[in-house]
Design a binder for this molecule. Structure first.
Ligand code: PGA
Length: 271
């Protein structure tokens, strides 16, 4: 179901550095079988799903999903380099992601920003490379607890958004972007933003996207089509309430995406 706003919800699993190829395959099979078994429910609920496995099993998972007809499945990398090739030991390029059969990439995840010290400008460069390559780029943004306590949430998120989208100078490029709002203090902590807190930031993000589209000369309301996912301790028991907010168009799920039943439980929250 695409609600009154025409945005199909997307429930995406970010597996992080978890699952061997064998484990990831079993997890994805469990989820796809669960969707097929719930086909009636899903055709009413209707959501897209996404898998972001470790790069080592990207091809395997993309192959598995390529013939699935139960719902639309995005498969993507958790990161990639801004350059298209070269002497960057340990990195992967947009072409490598595509050659696995994947169609998406997460960029600027809070662990990339805070554990690996990725900067806004690096993330902006990656966004450009990803979109130019034809990948659906998921730009992750979110404030730390200190920034929230200092009432700097909108400033921080606004700056991350601006820098992340800076190099996408055409409105058509912005259309290839999904935003994930993930407050850093809610990731892996069991502490979720309340639906009202999340909705407030999502509405702000949509407003910022409106200006971004306008600045690029967009005629239509492109920002009304952009999916904005919430992430941070999303579980089956809090998903429905978060997903019922008008500007929350899905979830980016870490811990709870590693168990087929809990991931499916979150998908059911789209109803
Ligand atoms: P979490 O992670 O669901 O385990 O909080 C979310 C994320 O990091 O994308």
């Amino acid at each position: 179901m695409t609600g009154s706003n025409n945005r199909t919800p997307l429930i995406a699993g970010n597996w992080k550095m978890n699952t061997t190829a064998e484990e990831g395959h079993a997890l994805a099979v469990g989820i796809l079988e669960g969707i097929s078994a719930r086909a009636v429910g899903f055709s009413t609920v209707g959501c897209d799903i996404g898998f972001y496995p470790p790069a080592t099993s990207l091809g395997l998972i993309a192959d598995l999903c390529s013939t699935f007809e139960g719902c639309r499945v995005l498969v993507g990398a958790q990161n990639m380099h801004a350059e298209t090739s070269g002497a960057f030991t340990g990195e992967i390029s947009s072409a490598m992601v595509l050659s696995c059969g994947a169609d998406s990439v997460l960029l600027g995840h809070s662990e990339r920003r805070h554990v690996f010290n990725e900067t806004d400008s690096e993330i902006g460069a990656k966004m450009e490379t990803a979109v130019d390559a034809g990948l659906t780029a998921v730009l992750c943004v979110g404030e730390t607890i200190e920034e929230r306590d200092a009432e700097n949430t909108t400033e921080v998120v606004g700056n991350q958004l601006e820098a992340g989208l800076e190099k996408l100078t055409e409105a058509a490029q912005l259309e290839e972007v999904i935003i994930a709002y993930e407050p850093v203090w809610a990731i892996g902590t069991g502490r979720t933003a309340t639906p009202a807190q999340a909705q407030e930031v999502h509405a702000f993000i949509r407003e910022q996207l409106g200006s971004a589209f306008e600045k690029r000369g967009a005629k239509g309301a492109g920002h009304e089509k952009t999916r904005i996912l919430y992430g941070g301790s999303v579980k089956p028991d809090n998903a429905a309430e978060l997903l019922s907010q008008p500007d929350i168009d899905g979830a980016l799920v870490g811990g709870a995406s590693l168990d087929a039943e809990s991931f499916l439980g979150i998908c059911e929250g789209c109803g």
